[in-house]
Design a protein around this ligand. Structure first.
Ligand code: NAD
Ligand code: ZN
Length: 362
């Protein structure tokens, strides 16, 4: 078992990574039996529920709420249903919420825990690669508003995160590939060896042995943990985690979240950031080519060449992080380091988008 501490003073916790851990929740979470409510993705529960149930029952988790799969269930309606279930379960201040699912269920259940009695304990059992390396670490929780994603939220750190890569066996290949872009991103931000490993990774990490998968997940968690430890509430540094996300978000919103998975959009965004960094001399030719090849190796991705650059630029300017129409860009500086640039011009972005359109999507 690999254990990555997230040091946040009184809100510190450990992320455990290991095959088979989901069956050992009582040993990992320890302590006396507590009244708990399990919030699980319905699809995940149908595949893995039987195996998880025994351990959960021993933890005192008698109540269970199943959430249908899909981003649209990260909603106010689901939140209300969870609070109702907490009432039924008589969940008190000393109660606990156990989230079993991808980022949707993690964000939703975490926000329900954050808003129940001004915040009760919760535990995450992430079941997608993206959730293991990204959304389960850092304490950002929330739900969507019909007008925009993640508008309603809070910071509420979990008490523990248990990542069992065995659960990924049932994850759709496209979802597996999608999470890989976030792992690669973590390497580019702060771990050269992780970058190198991901540059040679098979699609969706299929075929890697267990230790290799565990090491990659743990390394990505470590990068995120280190950033979050220094900037828990996104005062500044935490923005480096948005590498690839500026253009990525624009692509997602422009295509109404239908064309790309989040990771695929981030993959395109990494290429755009790398293009700009290369033109600015922040990365040399060889490193830039290595990043391009690594992103390509995680593909295929849906194309961007038919999207209008003007529309992408307009979507970028609407980014909630935009200041006076300019969005801060995170740019790679070599492999394993990044810088934040607040002065990226429309011309630079436009030329990066032109370059993207020339890249075959494969
Ligand atoms: N809190 C944060 O810091 C943070 C960071 C990144 C993303 N997010 C959020 O995470 C969400 C995306 O998370 P996601 O990519 O995990 O998507 P998801 O939770 O929607 O899961 C993707 C799909 O995989 C299915 N699934 C999950 N685990 C499975 C398994 N083990 N076997 C078979 N099927 C499985 C789900 O039913 C779903 O259909 C978004 O809402 C995003 O805003 C949050
Ligand atoms: Zn992301």
């Amino acid at each position: 078992v690999l254990e990555i501490p997230v040091e946040l003073g009184p809100r510190s916790y450990v992320v455990s990574v290991g095959h088979g851990l989901a069956a050992e929740l009582p040993a990992l979470l320890g302590g006396p039996k507590r009244r708990s409510v399990v919030v699980a993705d319905r699809r995940v529960w149908s595949r893995h529920g039987a195996r998880l149930q025994r351990g959960l029952a021993r933890l005192g988790a008698a109540h269970r709420v199943l959430i249908p799969p899909g981003e649209r269930f990260k909603s106010r309606r689901s939140l209300a249903a969870l609070h109702d279930a907490f009432v039924d379960a008589r969940l008190g201040r000393d109660g606990r919420v156990i989230a079993v699912g991808g980022g949707v269920v993690g964000d939703l259940a975490g926000f329900a825990a954050a808003t129940w009695m001004r915040g009760i304990d919760w535990v995450q059992v992430p079941t997608t690669l993206l959730a293991m390396v990204d959304s389960s670490v850092g304490g950002k929780v929330g739900i969507n508003h019909p007008e925009a994603k993640n508008l309603i939220g809070a910071f509420h750190q979990p008490g523990a995160v248990v990542a069992d890569p065995e659960l990924l066996d049932t994850l759709a290949p496209r979802q597996r590939r999608s999470g890989c872009y976030e792992v690669l991103k973590a390497g580019l931000i702060g771990d050269r060896d992780l970058f190198a490993a991901m540059a040679g990774a098979p699609p969706g990490l299929r075929g890697w042995d267990r230790p290799a998968v565990e090491n990659a997940i743990a390394a990505a968690v470590r990068v995120k943990a280190q950033v979050v430890e220094r900037d828990e509430r996104e005062g500044g540094l935490r923005r480096v985690l948005n590498l690839g996300h500026t253009v990525g978000h624009a692509l997602e919103t422009l295509t109404r979240y239908r064309r790309f998975t989040h990771g695929e959009a981030v993959g395109w965004g990494l290429l755009a950031a790398t293009w700009i960094a290369r033109r600015r001399g922040l990365v040399g030719e060889a490193s830039a080519a290595a990043i391009d090849a690594a992103v390509a190796g995680l593909g295929p991705r849906p194309p961007v060449h038919d999207l209008d650059p003007g529309d992408i630029l307009a979507a970028l300017a609407r980014d909630k992080k935009a200041v006076a129409g300019r969005v801060p860009f995170v740019l790679p500086r070599g492999l394993g380091r990044v810088v934040i640039a607040g002065d990226v011009s429309r011309g630079e972005i436009r030329s990066a988008l032109r370059a993207l359109a020339r890249i075959p999507a494969r």
